[in-house]
Design a protein around this ligand. Sequence first.
Ligand code: NAD
Ligand code: UD1
Length: 336
Amino acid sequence: MAVLVTGGMGYIGSHTVVKLLEDNKEVIIVDNLVNSKEEVLNHIETITLIRPLFIQGDIRDEKLLEKIFSHHLINSVIHFAGLKAVGESVDEPIKYYDNNIVGTLILLKVMKKYKCRKMVFSSSATVYGNNSNVPFEESYPLSTTNPYGATKHMIEDILRDVYKSDKEWSIALLRYFNPIGAHESGLIGEDPNDIPNNLLPYVAKVATGELACLSVFGDDYDTPDGTGVRDYIHVDDLASGHLKALGYIDGTTGIEAFNLGTGNGYSVLDIVRAFEKASKKTIKYKVVNRREGDIPICYANANKAKQLLNWQAYKNINQMCEDAWRFASNKSNHKE
Ligand code: NAD
Ligand code: UD1
C-alpha cells in the first residue's frame, strides 16, 4: 500500500518524503513543479538510497489522478500541493482559489471513487487570523485575512463536511507555524526563485551576499524587543509530525486539527542574532514600517499533538539556523 504525496517535491513535502522512505513506506509523488525542481528527486535518492516514483502533473488533472489511483494501491494521501505566497494571493485570488480549492476538490473526488479515505492536510496557523491571544489553541475560532489563508480555512471546512457525509474518513489537519531550516545533509531546503517574502530565506540571502540588507518590518510592537514574534519550527520536526499523523489516522476515523509548532516565540532580532552565530556573518538590517497584515505575536499551544500524536518538536533555534545556513551556502557556492 502506497502513500500518495501531492506537492512532494516542495520544501516541506521533500523532507516528509525522506522520512516516509526512511520508515520503509512506499511513496508516490505527484507534483507539477510549479514551485520546485526535478533535481530534488536526485537529492531524495542521495539521502535515502531510494528513488520514489515521481509523476509530474497537476492535481487538477482528474484523468491523471484516475490513472494514478487505478494503477496503484493507495491507502492514504499527504496533501501538500498548493500555492502559498500571501502577497501574490491578494493580487491573483482566482489563481489561488483555482489551484488550492479546485485542486483539493478533484483530489477528494478521485479519492472517494477509489475508497481512499485517509488524508493528512497541510493547513496553517494563518487560519487563526488576527487573533493575538497566544498561545493559539486548536479550539480557537478561525478567520482569515487574505485569499491564501481563505483557501486553507475553506479546505478545512470542506474536509469537515466530507467527514460528516461519510464517517469512514480519517483526516488530520496540520496547522504549521513557521517552518524553517533544512535537511542536515544540506541537500534539500527552501529555495525560492524570486526575492523571498519570508524572514528566513531573506536573512539567508543577506548572509550569502545575494541581498544587501534585511528590512525589519516594525520595531514598535508590544513584544519584548518590539519586533514580531513567531513560532519557528525545524522542517525536520515538522516532517516527523506527518509520520505521526499518518500513524494516527491509520488507526482511527474522524477529523482532528493539530498545531505543529514548538510552543516558543522568537523575535525577528532573535533570528538575526541566531543566524549571525550560525553563519559567522553579519546580517545588515534596517528597521522599516510594519508590513500590512502582520500580527505582533504568534505561537502554538502544541499539547494536543503531543497527547494524541505523541509528537513534539526537538530542534532549537540554533540548529534551525545552522541547517538553513548549510543549505543556503551550498546553493550559493553552486551558483558561483
Ligand atoms: P512549496 O511551494 O515548496 O511546495 C508545494 C509543492 O506543491 C511545490 O512543489 C509545487 O510545485 C506543488 N504544487 C503546487 N500546486 C500544484 C498543483 N496544482 N498540482 C501539483 N503540484 C502542485 O511549499 P511548502 O512550503 O512545502 O508548503 C507545502 C504546503 O504547506 C502548502 O500547501 C502550503 O500552503 C502549506 N504551508 C506552508 C507553510 C510554509 O511556511 N512553508 C506554512 C503553512 C502551510
Ligand atoms: C507568513 C504568512 C502566513 C504563513 C506563514 C507561513 C504573511 C503576511 N503571512 O507568516 O500566512 O502562514 O508565512 O510561514 O506573509 N519579517 C521581517 N522582514 C522580512 C520578512 C519578515 O521583518 O523581510 C518579519 C515579519 O514581520 C514577521 C516575521 O518576520 O514578524 C516572520 O515573517 P514571515 O517569515 O513572512 O512569516 P509570517 O508573517 O509569520
